[in-house]
Design a protein. Sequence first.
Lengths: 273, 240
Amino acid sequence: MGKFIMPNLQREKIESYLNDGKRLDGRKADEYRELVVEDGVSKNSASAIRVKFGKTEVLAGVHLALATPYPDSPDSGTFMTSAELHPMASQQFDIGRPGINSIELARVIDRGIRESGFIDMKKLCIRKGEKVYQVFVDLFAINDDGNLLDVAGLAALIALGRARMPIYNEEEDKIDGYSETERIPLEKDVLSFSMTLHKIGNAIVADVSKDEEAVSKLRLTVAMGDNDGKPRITAMQKGLAGTISTEDMETILKLAESKWKSMFPKVKEYVFG
Amino acid sequence: MVEGLYKKREDGRKFTDVRPMKAKVGIVPSADGSASFETGKTKAIAVVRGPRTLHPQHMQNAQTGILRVSYGMMPFSVEDRIRPGPNRRAEEIGKVTEWALSSVVDLSGFPNTVVDVFVQIPQADAGTRVAGINAAALALAHAGIPMKEMVSAIGVGKIDKTLVVDLDKYEDSLYHDGEGSTDIPIVLTSRTKEIALLQLDGKISVDEFKEVIELGKVACDDILKVQMDALKNAGDSTNG
């Protein structure tokens, strides 16, 4: 991935606006763009959806396939996330092998889902030690206007929430399409989603645009889930070379908590609705 | 009509009917040109980026810009997940698409540059390469890339002894009775009706093949109308 070159004038403008608590697109520093979710991207998989934050757009699909379990967890299904930051989505993405940005994105999202126990892997066992379901989440960036990580993370959750259970044909040992009514087993209580916050100039900014992302000094992704109505941190990832001061950390956590409170009910509705 | 085993299409279409089509341009805001094209349950999107400087430098042509096409099916586009990234089938389809489109674009005004076309299939029900070419031609026009003519693409096939336009997946892959199924993707230029792409696997007589081309011409005229409407509606937010 090539570097997005940002003219100094633009950088100064973005930073000076933010010092006054404003952004070039009229949003407040902590304001997210509108979340749009659409169904029906593909009928050929367990689910496939489109998620947009403003102009940033990601498709996500879920597939279930038959697999052999890992020797150390013979009664658990397996799980894999892949992400394509396709050159379709941005001038900066190259074709060919996935670059470090798609790898990081896929790994952060994969870990978040895996470690939280969101998918009930035990229920995806068909025959212990022999046959389990493998769950694939495939993410595909269509248009990058910043904050792909949060958009892709939500897309993965929503696609999993809507994924249909496959119909297993035991006689022929294959999958015969997907159930119309049954969804894949999920631990609804552990749902958590991630919010990526950036430091630009002296401000902490949520849901950055492409231009803002290019002038960011550091980013921190904070995933939070529900603990009796209160947000609880479930995962974190710091990106870029900058360091986080104690003061900035306070601001970031406060912002993440308040955003979580306002967004969680809506996210839950989209995932399980 | 030739006597054959295949007498009626499952979805009720006439043998010469293209599936219901939908086309739209301007679907990817950050791109120079973009379009979607659907026929039945097959959906294609295409994005154009360029003309932009071509790297590495030794690939540059001082006489003209070059067209570079990639094609891919999204992992969730079919029932058996496709591993993300290039594979042999995708590479070949990208190349034949590139040849088809190169025959109409004129990049002589943009030496040393490349115009990238990215074709992707979110949902497949046969005929993905022709849907992809229809989307790609639209995206190129939307990007304002000079084109001598528009192109339209269609798959014409033979199922047992019956000639059929725009095969769906059942007709293309799952019908094995009699002489089986032959699919013939064709790309025709809009004015001169010349052939810009042609592939064929199967069995077909010379006379039948000539008829295939004629059926292709009729179908491509229908497709061209849908493409031109999409271009006329560019920028109209109520479109699609």
